[in-house]
Ligand binder design. Structure first.
Ligand SMILES: Cc1cc2nc3c(=O)[nH]c(=O)nc-3n(C[C@H](O)[C@H](O)[C@H](O)COP(=O)(O)OP(=O)(O)OC[C@H]3O[C@@H](n4cnc5c(N)ncnc54)[C@H](O)[C@@H]3O)c2cc1C
Length: 417
């Protein structure tokens, strides 16, 4: 739809009424070829890629709350492919490439901003790790630049250059990385999937699975009745172990809350996404001016979507070490999402041992950036009953086989978001 200036002014004063709906609100049908459980970024994008790449359009996305209520609307929006392992980089780099064309593809502005992600290091050991990681990225065709201390301080003038305990030695920059507008991603994929025929059904909670005579999955039980399905694809992020528990599968992952923080709006002062190498802290600045930052997961398991005070203290302390000039900036709010932490820090994007059941989950704190690429691969896996080469390493058997994709063992930086 195109608007003239005068009609735009009219739109601005119409009191939030009369917007065309972005997607339909259908009642659930009795049967779908594919039922996707979870209307977060991964679930919605999977519906889109099933239709676009595989012509599978008789699809429902079942969301127990509303679109955007989960982690897709709660994260700090960092998008990057600055990974270390050969098994991780192709998937994340493919995802980054899809991000680069996403607004155009969905005809929806996801505000992807390639302002760079800068991992700052403070010890010789961290510099060695950064060099290794940068080399692994370059070998895999990913952009990576090593910055010296002066270049880091030129980019981030508010970082404490005289910190005696944690001096700035340099940084590893991925210039093509950056951030995006999180809920726009959910709405953009929802609208695009809806237009290609998928039913997006909100307030529809999956409470169990229907099984056939040989144990195969044949559909789902929901608070709005039973829905049969050729295939069921689970993408419920923080509730992965809970939902997979409904079919008796015990997964090597557990749920924690992860908090994020935003300050009052201040003038532009952070023009990249920066991570502090020695404390769990990362920071960027939103287009509105708020400083968006976060740290480590809360220390115990929870499904509460709100965080506890020890992490607030930890993050504020790290911020004071990193950028003391921000000490008088007021915190506007903080919130949490529920993340599914796996034992090796890597996700599951795979067919499960149960016939017709597929799983996308275990995203730890890093699944936002992966939405386009992982959902693209998940749709491929669901359509073909076999993985794409990019998601082949992320199967459930890897622990039993002794082949973890050990993202957590990759050095001091892998835990940032
Ligand atoms: C504070 C925070 C900061 C983060 N920062 C980053 C970052 O900077 N970069 C990054 O890459 N990642 C980040 N992440 C991680 C990222 O947000 C998640 O990995 C990713 O969003 C998870 O995938 P999703 O979008 O599909 O999840 P969600 O949006 O959580 O979608 C899952 C959906 O499943 C629904 N659901 C659950 N159970 C059921 C059921 N029984 N029936 C039906 N529906 C159900 C939920 O309601 C939910 O809407 C962060 C996460 C948090 C919490």
């Amino acid at each position: 739809m195109r608007y003239s200036i005068s009609s735009l002014v009219k739109q601005a004063f119409r009191g939030h009424s009369g917007w065309p709906e972005a997607f339909r609100h259908p009642e659930p049908a009795k049967h779908y070829d594919v039922v996707i459980v979870g209307g977060g970024g991964h679930g919605l994008a999977t519906a889109y890629y099933l239709a676009k790449n595989h012509e599978i359009t008789n699809v429902a996305v079942l969301e127990r709350g509303w679109i955007g209520s989960g982690n897709v609307g709660r994260n700090t929006t960092i998008v990057r492919s600055n990974y270390l392992l050969n098994s991780e980089i192709p998937l994340l780099e493919w995802s980054l490439k899809l991000w680069e064309g996403l607004s155009e593809e969905l005809n929806y502005n996801v505000m992807f901003s390639q302002r760079g992600v800068l991992d700052i290091f403070h010890t010789d050991g961290q510099r060695d790790e950064a060099v290794r990681r940068g080399n692994a990225m370059i070998v895999n065709g990913v952009d990576a630049v090593m910055l010296d201390r002066k270049q880091v301080l030129d980019m981030m003038p508010l970082v404490d250059e005289n910190n005696g305990r944690y001096p700035v030695l340099g940084g590893l920059l991925q210039p093509r990385a950056g951030n995006a507008r999180h809920d726009a991603v959910a709405w953009g994929y929802a609208r695009a999937a809806d237009r290609m025929g998928a039913d997006i059904i909100q307030n529809c909670e999956v409470t169990g699975f229907c099984r056939g005579p040989n144990g195969e999955v044949t559909g789902v039980e929901t608070n709005r009745g039973q829905i049969s399905a050729g295939k069921v694809a689970v993408a419920v992020a923080g509730h992965t172990s809970q939902v997979m528990g409904m079919v008796g599968m015990k997964l090597p992952c557990e749920s924690h809350t992860l908090q994020a923080f935003v300050s009052e709006a201040v003038k532009p002062c952070v023009n990249t996404v920066a991570t502090f190498g020695v404390g769990h802290l990362y920071i960027s600045q939103s287009d509105k001016g708020g400083l968006v930052f976060g740290g480590m997961v809360d220390g115990y398991n929870s499904y509460t979507q709100r965080g506890n005070l020890p992490i607030v203290e930890d993050v504020a302390e790290a911020m004071m070490m990193f950028m003391p000039a921000l000490g008088r900036v007021r915190l506007l709010r903080h919130w949490a999402g529920v993340v599914d932490m796996t034992m090796d820090g890597s996700p599951f994007i795979c067919k499960t041992p149960l016939e017709n059941l597929y799983l996308n989950g275990g995203w730890n704190y890093t699944g936002f950036k992966a939405i386009p690429g992982a959902a693209w691969c998940f749709a491929h896996t669901v359509a073909n009953g076999a993985p794409h080469k990019f998601n082949a390493p992320f199967h459930l058997d890897r622990f039993a086989e002794g082949r973890p994709v050990d993202a957590t063992g990759g050095g001091p930086f892998p835990n940032h978001h």
